[in-house]
Design a protein. Structure first.
Ligand SMILES: [Zn+2]
Length: 143
């Protein structure tokens, strides 16, 4: 079901403005209204697709204003279940967020390093050194 009710419009505008507080409700509403008046076929998509697409576009820091929300683009490539364009398909992490690499384990990010986690489980690294450089000879062994 496409957008049919005012509560749907309000909910959509609410989530967009929550993501982009610098956009005002009237501006987002006028984008929706204009698309409706022009008979934009994207508005005939199911409401959930419209919400997902607009949410993706609004969450993209490269989107400067609400105008592109209802333009064709990758943010509409939903297929009902596909990952958002900025989400890594394996990790599910947003690839637009800069990730600090683990200094001791190449290919892992510091905040969720599997190498550090394994070292900690094996008693080779103190937990407070997760994602930080650790040299057992310099820092002393884990007791
Ligand atoms: Zn690590």
């Amino acid at each position: 079901m496409p957008i049919e009710t005012k509560p749907q419009i309000d909910a959509l505008i609410n989530v967009i403005v929550l993501l982009r507080p610098e956009w005002n409700r009237a501006g987002v509403f006028s984008v929706l209204k204009k698309a409706h008046e022009e008979g934009n076929p994207l508005l005939l998509r199911p409401f959930e697709d419209i919400v997902v697409a607009c949410t993706r576009k609004a969450a993209d820091p490269k989107t400067r204003g609400p105008a592109p929300l209802l333009m064709e683009g990758r943010h509409w490539d939903t297929n009902g279940s596909g990952p958002a364009p900025n989400v890594h398909p394996d990790t599910g992490y947003d690839t637009t967020v800069p990730v600090e690499p683990c200094p001791d384990h190449e290919g892992w990010s510091a905040h969720n390093c599997g190498g550090c986690a394994a070292d900690i489980l094996a008693g080779l690294r103190p937990p407070e050194y997760k994602g930080l450089p650790y040299d057992p000879h310099k820092h002393g062994r884990v007791s």
